[in-house]
Design a protein. Sequence first.
Length: 215
Amino acid sequence: MKVRITKDPEVRKNEILDAASALFLSKGYVKTTVSDIIEVVDIAKGTFYYYFKSKEEVMNALAERFIDNATQYMQQMLDAKLPAAEKMRRLITDSGNLGGVEMAEQLHQANNTEMHLKSIVGAIHSCSHAVGEIVQQGINEGIYRTKYPREIAIIMLAASNFLFDEAIFSWKKDELARLAEAYASIIEQVLGVEAGGLSYIAESIMKSGVGHAKP
């Protein structure tokens, strides 16, 4: 008889989420079954259903975990002893490391509009405070000029999360390039930064492949 190892509930739950995330990316959300997840984690079916009622609930938990990770990253950036300009640069150029593109792909495969929008709105709400604080720091340092730091943060996050999400828009490569340049230019203007000062925004968008631009 095979002896099953008892693990801390949080550890077990994260094992299920990790396995599901990998399977969703490799096989696709639709083709992945609960049995596939159970096999990879090597647990009993009852153990899976103790933590999650369905595959859809697993996806929802993955979206929430992504938001939590993004929030923690934002707080670390906010707490860093760095000039606002460097915080903003790192915030933009490192955002791809959070797995946002992969999460968008998984949610798109899930074909669950409500869940997808919930994850986007959750990300905007959870991250806007930190971004707004960075903008306020830039105002205090004299590099940004705006009366609406928090509101600008919300607009930045909302625009980037919707415009560059393949599940919402599918841009051709040249369209994405112009849109990314326009987005960077608009942010420069609302923050009072000289033209080209935030060009890394457009470069980061194109480099990360957000939008999965077509030729």
